[in-house]
Design a protein around this ligand. Structure first.
Ligand code: IMP
Ligand code: MG
Length: 179
């Protein structure tokens, strides 16, 4: 275990099993539909890469980047679109893949923006959810794990751009981020 991690919340095996389950469910739900999977950079990248390989359907991918916390551990509510989609999503079945929903402010902004482009459908698949911290209502079609209100890193999630490569979800020691 990494020295900055206080405990492992979700192991590599648990992640792999959950990704398979989510992929199987998505495969069922989108059978016969034209699926566009959208990765939210950068936190979702590892989850996205694994999830795609668990979906047994023809699909296309696209990427957006939105700013969230910078070096802090809570959402400001001020969201910036750093990189837009390359594709026109009008009439497409769009599945947004997110690493974690906390206040929900970041995703709410993105979903409002995407729905104005008239997709045929718009749904969310998140690996992690912190329901205690929610400030806006978001419909989660697919949710890997609901977790307690702890700051977690690994499997794509960072603190100040570090720890994304840890192969598990770990709780970061509070002394690492408290100022
Ligand atoms: P929200 O706008 O508060 O829902 O923040 C969502 C974004 O904040 C996520 O996409 C993550 O990038 C980041 N985030 C929220 N909680 C955590 C955490 O525990 N660890 C790492 N990143 C987090
Ligand atoms: Mg993120």
């Amino acid at each position: 275990m990494h020295l900055d991690v206080e405990s492992i919340l979700i192991t590599t095996e648990q992640l792999q099993e959950k990704v398979k389950e989510l992929g199987a469910q998505i495969t069922k739900d989108y059978k016969g539909k034209d699926l566009l999977a959208v990765c939210i950079l950068k936190g979702s990248v590892i989850f996205f890469a694994d999830l795609l390989r668990a979906i047994d359907l023809p699909l296309e991918t696209d990427f957006v980047a939105i700013s969230s916390y910078g070096h802090s551990t809570s959402s400001s509510g001020v969201v910036r679109l750093l990189k837009d989609l390359d594709q026109n999503i009008q009439g497409r079945n769009v599945l947004v893949v997110e690493d974690i929903i906390d206040s929900g402010l970041t995703l709410k902004y993105l979903l409002d923006n995407l729905s104005s482009r008239k997709p045929a459908s718009l749904a969310v698949c998140t690996l992690l959810d912190k329901p205690e911290r929610r400030m806006v209502d978001i419909d989660l079609a697919y949710n890997g794990f609901s977790i307690p209100d702890k700051f977690v890193v690994g499997y794509g999630l960072d603190y100040a751009e570090k720890y994304r490569n840890l192969p598990y979800i770990g709780v970061l020691k509070p002394e690492i981020y408290k100022d």
